[in-house]
Structures are given as C-alpha cells and as structure tokens.
Design a protein around this ligand. Structure first.
Ligand SMILES: Nc1ncnc2c1ncn2[C@@H]1O[C@H](COP(=O)(O)OP(=O)(O)OP(=O)(O)O)[C@@H](O)[C@H]1O
Ligand SMILES: [Mg+2]
Length: 271
C-alpha cells in the first residue's frame, strides 16, 4: 500500500558529472507515515537537500520509486500540495515581505484561510514590523522567516523544510519550533525536516533518519518515543538526553562508514 504514507524504494540519484561510483543518493528505502514528523540528519553532502528536492518533484531520479500517498512527486507538485522551505530562501526581490508571503494565495487564486492572512503569518514568525521592507533589506535569518511564513500559508499536505532554523538565534528558533509543532498538529500536514542539530531533531520528531555520505544512504532510522506535547519538562528530561546520545552515536558511525570527501584529502605534494 502506498496511499497512506510516503514510500521511497531503492532511490538512486546521480548528478551529471558526479562520480558514478558514489551517487548523491543510493538505494534509499524510507517510509514516512501520514501526519508524521520526520527529521533527516547526517554529514554535509550526504544528500539531505537532494532527497527533499526529489520528494518535492523538483529533481528527477535515476532508479527506484517515490510515492507520496499514492501520487508521484510531480503530481503533488502540480496540485500545489507540497511546500518547500529551501536551504537558501528564494524570495522575489522586487516584492515586499508582505507581498512575498501573500504570493501563494495570489498565484493559486485562493483567499487566505483563517489564520493564514499575510499579516497573521508574519506575526507568527515575528516579522510584523518588516512587512513593507524588501528582501535585500533583511538579515539572512529574517529572509528565512519570510520563506517559512510563506510555506505555512500554503497549507501543504507535505511540508519539506531544509535547515529552516539554522540562521536564527536561540530564542527565535525555539519560538518557531513551537509554532511549527502547533501548525503540524492542527493541520493534516506531514513534515520532512532537515537539520544538523541533534537536539532539534529529537525534540521535534517522531523519527530521526540518520544518513551517511558518499554515497548518500539511510544509515539508521531511530524512533523518538517522547510524549507530546514536548514541553520543557519533556525536552529537558532524561529520556530526551538518552535519545540525543543515541542519535549522536549513530551519527558518529554514519560519519565513519562514509568515504572521506575527496577535497579533504590533500593533493600529492601538499602537506
Ligand atoms: N546541482 C548539483 N549538481 C551536481 N552535484 C550536486 C548538485 N547538488 C548537490 N550535488 C552533490 O550531491 C551531493 C549531496 O548534496 P546535498 O546538497 O544534497 O547534500 P546535503 O546533505 O544537503 O549537504 P549540506 O548538509 O551541506 O546541506 C554532494 O556531493 C553535492 O556536491
Ligand atoms: Mg543541504
């Protein structure tokens, strides 16, 4: 059955000109349940962003299959049922912050639903004061928050987020994590979330997928059986610490099992 979850089987992706022996993704098998929150974590270059772009229907693949609740990524993309917050926020530079956030409902010719007006979305990410500014007038973290507000407004069935909070200070990050969990729990959204933070992966997710690099593979999938809501007591509890330790151990073995990047090996004659 593929219509009740995201099903990825034997997924292999090679980029033109890349090492054919070490595809960006190799034999990825992954199941993500409807309305689940899954994080991808792994060394730089292990293919996390590539996997998100394949799921989003923005990149093709060479072997294997991807089914999103019975549909192909391109079908879901065509229905505008998938939202992607990319690693580098893609805002239209000639539109204000407010206009950028309002763009999806304008393009889809759909009035924003309750709670999804551009002003409400900007308030949710703490940017109500910046509504009339242009992207070039914002910091990197502010741009990232505009991209997040825009993705929230889409009300996607599948929300793909690529290190969305990496450029944010600790307090804004925590506030947005709470916002994200509230959004995920109140709407029928499945979230696939990329992060380099073990703490973030554990405290947000139902499962953490640890990937290894060169080629990009699923190294291990760890279930996170912490109760929800993930309040302060849960987040700072012993069980959370224990799970974080397990993810770290797994990351260490994923790092050791991957081939060293060629550019970390000095060319002959260089010491
Ligand atoms: N457009 C592209 N053309 C060629 N190779 C690419 C392209 N995009 C990514 N790659 C290669 O594919 C591999 C996986 O890259 P990807 O960006 O998916 O990694 P990542 O896990 O997201 O890394 P990071 O944590 O640094 O963001 C890398 O070896 C990268 O060089
Ligand atoms: Mg990436």
């Amino acid at each position: 059955m593929t219509d009740d979850h995201i099903e990825i089987r034997g997924l292999t992706k090679r980029y033109p000109g890349g090492d054919p022996e070490r595809p960006a993704l190799s034999g990825i098998d992954l199941d993500i349940g409807h309305r689940h929150f899954v994080s991808l974590i792994g060394p730089s270059g292990c293919g996390k962003s590539t996997l998100l772009r394949v799921i989003a229907g923005l990149e093709g693949h060479d072997d294997g299959s991807v089914s999103l609740f019975g549909e192909s990524p391109r079908e879901l993309c065509r229905r505008k049922a998938v939202g992607l917050v990319p690693q580098t926020p893609a805002l239209l530079p000639w539109l204000t912050v407010r206009q950028n956030v309002a763009l999806p409902s304008k393009v889809n010719r759909r009035a924003p639903r309750n709670g999804d007006s551009p002003d409400e979305l900007l308030r949710a990410v703490g940017l109500d004061d910046a509504a009339h500014r242009y992207p070039h007038e914002l910091s990197g973290g502010m741009r990232q928050r505009v991209a997040i507000a825009r993705a929230f407004g889409l009300r996607p069935e599948v929300l793909l987020m690529d290190e969305p909070f990496s450029a944010l200070d600790e307090f804004t990050r925590e506030a947005l994590q709470i916002q994200l969990l509230a959004l995920w729990q109140s709407r029928a959204t499945t979230v696939v979330f990329v992060t380099h933070s073990v703490h973030e992966a554990v405290t947000l997710s139902d499962r953490v997928v640890v990937m290894s690099a060169r080629p990009g593979r699923v190294h291990e999938v760890l279930p996170i059986d912490l109760p929800r809501p993930r309040d302060r007591e849960v987040v700072s509890g012993l069980r959370t610490n224990d799970l974080e330790r397990r993810v770290r151990t797994c990351l260490q073995s994923a790092w050791e099992s991957g081939a060293a990047p060629d550019d970390l090996i000095p060319p002959a004659g260089v010491r």
